[in-house]
Design a protein around this ligand. Structure first.
Ligand SMILES: Nc1ncnc2c1ncn2[C@@H]1O[C@H](COP(=O)(O)OP(=O)(O)OP(=O)(O)O)[C@@H](O)[C@H]1O
Length: 258
């Protein structure tokens, strides 16, 4: 089932057309990978969905969620949906988490605001979510601060915050790029599991087709603000239709050699 449909999306900024008409459909319970080299427009696409485009950017086309065109919403309306219906996880958990607020506070504030939970209900849900993202001692973690956790654990907490209000859509922009290789796989497995368990529609943005190959159901490849290819993971990885995708795949390190 399509949860979020991007149709003919364009973004213009400073007289440049950064996104040149792309179509993407995010499905419930599916990870849709968006790949492409630096500057191809992946982040801009995610920001358009979140209503967080840079000042002066002019979007065109439609982004439909539950029958509403997000691009037509007033900023106040968009703010309500961001964080409630659409969650987001970015590259660096140390910048997306507030260093001075406890983990519990960062989880419960959006729940109290968007879901109207009382303090006790919010704490219960917060501990439950920390358990879901495999933070040890979830109750104790509520009273701790981001600096008490490792980078990988901080990203798990950022994911829990993104899911605090039970969104239908999760935009994850390079969620493993800032992390040590050894913890990357754990975060990807977690995202995959959450997508399956919660029926989330996930947009996983990464320049790394290797990362994509381990979790995505569908892969789209961007170049110069356009989509060059979209297809099931196995098909795109094994028989890419576009020469640009093939070049990206050829550039992957050979994982079979030590
Ligand atoms: N704030 C901004 N103002 C003007 N142009 C921008 C801004 N942010 C990005 N761009 C331009 O928009 C285009 C698309 O950038 P975008 O960040 O979406 O690419 P990307 O594929 O996500 O790359 P990366 O992997 O490096 O993040 C690039 O040409 C970039 O230079």
């Amino acid at each position: 089932m399509t949860i979020l449909a991007i149709e003919e999306l364009t973004v213009e900024l400073g007289g440049r057309r950064l996104i040149r008409g792309i179509d993407l459909a995010l499905e419930a319970g599916k990870v849709h990978g968006l790949a492409g080299e630096s500057g191809s427009g992946k982040t801009m696409t995610g920001l358009a969905v979140l209503g967080l485009l840079p000042h002066g950017a002019r979007p065109g086309g439609t982004i439909s969620l539950g029958g509403t065109d997000l691009l037509a919403l007033a900023p106040k309306e968009m703010n309500k949906r961001r964080g409630s219906e659409i969650g987001m996880v970015f590259q660096d958990p140390s910048t997306s988490l507030h260093p001075m607020l406890s983990v519990g506070r960062q989880l419960t504030d959006p729940m109290r605001h968007h879901l109207k939970l009382d303090r006790r209900q919010a704490r219960e849900r917060a501990a439950e979510l920390l358990g879901k993202v495999r933070i040890p001692d979830p109750e104790g973690a509520l009273g701790r601060y981001p600096h008490h956790f490792s980078g990988g654990m901080r990203q798990r907490i950022a994911i829990a915050i993104a899911l605090a209000c039970d969104p239908q859509v999760l935009i994850a922009d390079e969620p493993t790029t800032a992390l040590d290789v050894t913890v990357q796989a754990g975060i990807l497995r977690l995202l995959r599991g959450l997508c399956d368990d919660l029926g989330l529609a996930v947009l996983l943005i990464t320049h790394d087709l290797g990362v994509m190959s381990s979790v995505a159901d569908v892969i789209s490849v961007m170049r110069d603000g356009r989509l060059v290819e979209t297809g099931p993971r196995a098909q795109v990885m094994r028989e890419p239709a576009d020469p640009y995708t093939r070049a990206l795949l050829d550039a992957l390190p050979d994982r079979s050699t030590p």
